[in-house]
Write a protein that binds this ligand. Structure first.
Ligand code: CA
Length: 226
């Protein structure tokens, strides 16, 4: 089973050990060495699981855990703790998506826990969609970009989720019109372009455009590169 693992850990030796070991087990790995950059990496990348050390500079592991739980509730986290460290507080935060492992641990044990968490996450019905730094909760209909809430109208929400379900693929205006508005092709309407414009404006963050690409004379594509 593959997946993108984010390691948040400040000890270079352990980071190195985890990066090499998990890559050898077939996972893709990115890492952050403090709580602040760790939390932002978790929000800005499409990670499948986070391995989180509790004692971190910048922002504590528990604080990062609470932020992740808030912004990406379904994201599995494996917390690394020193013996006797606050296991009860971690366990109290979230029963489902959080597992913890006491240092020192073997890589085999960690890899087994990661696979178990990824399997469990795969079996849970999807309540969230994510593409890069965009996160959509399909139940509450909340949309976030880089953790910041974005308010969308019903139609904008339907358009975004359609693009996200088909991320990386070019969608023609006709396909979008049919899927989102339920119309058959009508050459007289530019409603798709108008709503793409609304969506881009709302998803734009400081210095970052929305990842919706115009494919000339065809339609639109949500960029899946991030
Ligand atoms: Ca540490």
């Amino acid at each position: 089973m593959h997946g993108l693992i984010l390691v948040i850990e400040d000890e270079p030796g352990i980071v190195d050990f985890l990066e090499r070991g998990l890559r050898a087990q077939g996972f893709d790995v990115i890492s952050a060495t403090d709580g602040v950059s760790g939390a932002s990496a978790a929000l800005n990348h499409d990670v499948d699981l986070v391995v989180l050390d509790l004692m971190l500079p910048g922002r504590s592991g528990l604080d990062v855990l609470a932020a992740l739980h808030d912004a990406k509730p379904g994201l599995p986290v494996i917390v690394l703790t020193a013996l006797g460290e606050v296991e009860h507080r971690v366990a109290g935060l979230d029963a489902g998506a959080v597992d913890y492992l006491t240092k020192p641990f073997s890589l085999t044990e960690l890899a087994a826990r990661i696979r178990a968490q990824l399997r469990a996450a795969a079996q849970t019905p999807r309540t969230t969609l994510s593409a890069g730094d965009i996160e959509v909760n399909l139940i509450t209909r909340e949309v976030r970009r880089s953790g910041e809430p974005v308010r969308l109208s019903t139609t904008e929400f339907e358009l975004l989720t359609y693009l996200m379900h088909n991320r990386g693929h070019v969608l023609s205006r006709e396909q979008i019109l049919r899927a989102v508005w339920g119309y058959e092709y009508d050459p007289g309407t530019n409603v798709v372009d108008v709503y793409i414009g609304y969506l881009r404006r709302k998803l734009r963050t400081q210095g970052t455009n929305a990842p919706i690409v115009t494919v000339r004379s065809v339609g639109y594509r949500l960029d899946a590169s991030t």
